[in-house]
Design a protein. Structure first.
Length: 114
């Protein structure tokens, strides 16, 4: 097994409907609430929003790495990510995501690769 380069730790009380989450280092602290679409008040952050931010950030870092390896500047990319909560058919749910959309890096990569 490969050893981890980094481990993030967080503590949550109360769950997603009326909870509170905090990272071990204290740099992120959020009130967790159900989105209005799921019957909540929508007044806090929901886990899917946090997942979308993390996914977009990792995708941005990957783009920058690929750009760097191809000697293209890719550190100015802006990523739009969508994470969806989908009924699983058995009373449960699953997460799905759309392919992230990168702007303006697409035009930079295409122009630089010609």
């Amino acid at each position: 097994m490969t050893s981890a380069l980094y481990t993030a730790q967080a503590h949550v009380t109360g769950g997603r409907a009326d909870g509170h989450g905090r990272t071990a280092d204290g740099r992120l602290e959020v009130d967790l609430r159900q989105p209005k679409e799921l019957g909540g008040d929508g007044e806090g952050t929901n886990p899917e929003q946090l997942f979308a931010i993390g996914y977009a950030a990792c995708f941005t870092a990957s783009l920058a790495l690929v750009g760097q390896r191809r000697q293209l500047r890719a550190d100015d990319a802006a990523i739009d990510a969508k994470v969806m909560l989908i009924p699983a058919g058995n009373g449960g749910f699953k997460l799905d995501q759309n392919r992230p959309r990168a702007e303006p890096i697409c035009s930079t990569v295409h122009a630089g690769s010609r």
